[in-house]
Design a protein around this ligand. Structure first.
Ligand code: A2P
Length: 280
């Protein structure tokens, strides 16, 4: 499972990450992370707002996997935007995880026009903190999450160091093509949150028929489909058999025709979270 994508700064990131959104803090998160690391994941995605960083850190320590073999991501929450607050939020995240550095830190959601008149300035100030932490070596790569093209454009224009990643909602029927194509043109790797549509894709009849052809599960199909679109999937599970199943995605290849069928699927449910509308 160690196959990697290369970021624009040359840094490598394991191709399938382990998602922890909605994984409760405590034993559940600790056991899930430990199980994931023991079955080959080397990339863990968390966020301050998930409330599980302490247990994720515990799972990392209990797995026995060396820190240098691991890729760990977290995200700065919306209430901590701005230069000083982001620096402080980062310190708290490191302390909660019990780590000395992060491999990737993301701005969780863009400040948007609906919330703030000076939304562009807020995003730039937050970004300056990311750049500082990156230059100090406390984060090996930096990026954003849920940024659409009109959030990315002013940020790129102001950035000294351009974001290496944009993590967005991405699953069949929800490809966000404008954003994905913009990111690819700007050497920003796209990561998929909810690659299984938070589980909503698993009963889709189109996907079930294709998965059967390859003797794979719909979850494996969705993960493979992300990879073949050069998008990095972050499937979440707390169930050991599923955690393992979601790693078995390198022994089949979807045909161009099947990729097209899935790429052409219409919206069939998603989180309903729109970065221009949400006001957390
Ligand atoms: P659970 O965590 O109870 O195992 P997403 O990654 O799109 O957010 O989807 C996560 C949801 O999909 C969770 O409810 C998770 O359940 C479920 N899930 C993850 N992997 C599988 C799988 N291989 N088969 C069935 N359900 C899965």
């Amino acid at each position: 499972l160690a196959k990697c994508f290369k970021l624009s700064n040359g840094y490598e990131i394991p191709q399938v990450g382990f998602g922890t959104w909605q994984t409760p803090n405590g034993e559940t998160a600790t056991q899930a992370v430990k199980a994931a690391l023991q079955c080959g994941y080397r990339h863990i995605d968390t966020a301050a707002i998930y409330g599980n960083e302490k247990s994720v850190g515990e799972g990392i320590r209990k797995s026995g996997v060396c820190r240098e073999d691991l890729f760990v991501t977290s995200k700065v929450w919306n209430t901590e935007r701005g230069y000083e607050k982001t620096l402080a939020a980062f310190d708290k995240t490191l302390a909660d995880l019990g780590l000395e550095y992060l491999n990737l830190y993301l701005i969780h959601w863009p400040a948007n026009e609906k919330q703030f008149e000076n939304w562009q300035e807020i995003n730039k100030d937050t970004w300056r903190a990311m750049e500082t932490l990156y230059l100090e070596g406390k984060i090996k790569s930096i990026g954003v999450s849920n940024f659409l093209v009109h959030h990315l454009e002013p940020l790129l224009a102001a950035a000294k160091i351009e974001p290496m990643i944009n993590q967005i909602e991405f699953h069949p029927g929800q490809m966000q093509l404008d954003t994905v194509e913009f990111c690819k043109r700007n050497q920003i790797l796209v990561e998929a949150w909810s690659p299984l549509g938070t589980g909503r894709m698993l009963n889709n009849s189109t996907l079930m028929a294709i998965a059967e052809k390859y003797q794979k599960s719909v979850a494996q199909l969705c993960i493979r489909w992300c990879l073949q679109n050069e998008v990095l999937p972050l499937p979440k599970s707390v169930t050991p058999s599923r955690i393992k199943e979601n790693t078995e995605v390198f022994d089949f290849v979807l045909s161009a025709e099947d990729m097209e069928i899935i790429n052409d699927m219409k919206y069939c449910g998603g989180s309903g979270l729109n970065p221009d509308e949400v006001e957390f």
